[in-house]
Design a protein around this ligand. Structure first.
Ligand code: ADP
Ligand code: MG
Length: 361
């Protein structure tokens, strides 16, 4: 249904040296497919979406949609953009229009719907994304997740045959990622054709029929989620999907903002869907810091999460010390017991910098 052949995109730059962002893109996307596009930042993912919906025409190559070359002279670009809806990271709602008016504006203007028809359909689309009750609200009254759901309803109202999502959840507070992903999942059940640029690996794995791994302006590897996440063929793909997400804190003095650290760890857990109950990262960190407080030495903390096997760990380096606080006779026994109980495994390793403890969660 969408066939991309040898597409390139080059941008002029101020220093006169053109920047080739898409080098040679080739792919076929069939009706009803849900393709996740993953890859390092700057690899050209957003540019590919913008080229597909002709927000940025490609420099060379062919894009065939439903048998028609959309790059041929005189091709109705606006009709194409309606067929290929786009949902952006930052929602792009009209702030001065109500939720419902945001959804009905384009269908009235471009499809000639009467206000009544547009209103009825608009409410239907808002219902689909769980936002019908907010039809009369203004965007400024909505949370980020709600805004993004309205943006999706607005896109649906144009009755697109394909929707392009450019990191639809990456500007959201982690607590709101789920509701937007939930809406995208319902569209997947309806067999909407979708291309989704995302950093959420778990989501990409669950929702897609195929995954493209982009790197330096090409689709380096493509396959089913099983192939890309469990059996990647190329070293670059392997490195990318095995990558570990980390949070790092260095505590050098008592002025350290512990409250901020705890809240960052909590957000990190929500973002990666690490259940706090079964995976008490914050508790281990807090209990450990209580144990270490009396020594008044710098502490380095890493919270790690592997997107591939969903495992997490906490690394605590107690600088300038050689003894594990868990082994010291003067350590609070109850705290030690709690820490041991909450960890699947604890490795202790002396390093030149200090004693290093790794807690597998
Ligand atoms: P991704 O979405 O994978 O992070 P992008 O497609 O946004 O990557 O960008 C790829 C590269 O193209 C980046 O180096 C970016 O700076 C550059 N780029 C994107 N749009 C433009 C533009 N309009 N003009 C110049 N360079 C651009
Ligand atoms: Mg991007």
């Amino acid at each position: 249904m969408i066939s991309v052949r040898h597409v390139t995109k080059t941008f002029p730059t101020p220093n006169g040296k053109p920047l080739q962002v898409l080098r040679d893109i080739n792919c076929e996307i069939r009706e009803g497919e849900i393709v996740s596009i993953i890859g390092p930042s700057g690899s050209g993912k957003s540019t590919l979406l913008r080229v597909l919906n002709l927000l940025d025409p490609p420099t060379s190559g062919e894009i065939i949609v439903d048998g028609e070359n959309i790059l041929s002279k005189g091709f109705p670009v606006n009709k194409h953009r309606e067929k290929m809806g786009m949902v952006f990271q930052n929602f792009n709602l009209f702030e001065h229009l109500s939720v419902l008016d945001n959804v009905t504006l384009a269908p009235m203007k471009l499809h000639g719907l009467s206000p009544e028809q547009a209103r009825q359909e608009g409410i239907e689309y808002l219902r689909k994304v769980g936002m019908a009750e907010k039809a009369d609200a203004m965007p400024s009254q909505l949370s980020g997740g709600q805004k993004q759901r309205v943006a999706i309803a607005r896109t649906l109202a144009m009755r697109p045959s394909t929707i392009l999502f450019d990191e639809p959840t990456s500007s959201l507070d982690p607590t709101m990622v789920g509701e937007v992903q939930g809406v995208i999942r319902t569209l997947a059940i309806d067999k909407m054709t979708m291309l989704i640029v995302t950093h959420e690996m778990k989501f990409a794995r669950d929702v897609s029929t195929r995954v493209f791994f982009m790197d330096e302006g090409v689709i380096l590897e493509e396959g089913t989620p099983e192939q890309i996440f469990n059996h990647p063929q190329l070293p670059a793909t392997r490195t990318f999907v095995h990558r570990i997400r980390s949070l790092v804190f260095d505590i050098a003095s008592r002025d350290f903002d512990f409250y901020d650290m705890t809240s960052q760890i909590k957000q990190f857990c929500i973002r990666h869907s690490i259940p706090e109950k079964m995976n008490p990262i914050t508790h281990v960190v807090e209990e450990m810091l209580n144990l270490l407080a009396q020594y008044n030495k710098p502490v380095h903390i890493e919270v790690n999460y592997s997107e591939l096997d969903y495992s997490s760990s906490v690394v605590i380096l107690h600088k300038g010390e050689t003894l594990s606080p868990l082994e010291r006779p003067d350590s609070d026994e109850l705290a030690v017991m709690i820490i041991r109980g909450m960890s699947k495994d604890i490795q202790t390793e002396p390093t030149p910098e200090g004693i290093k403890l790794t807690f597998q969660m």
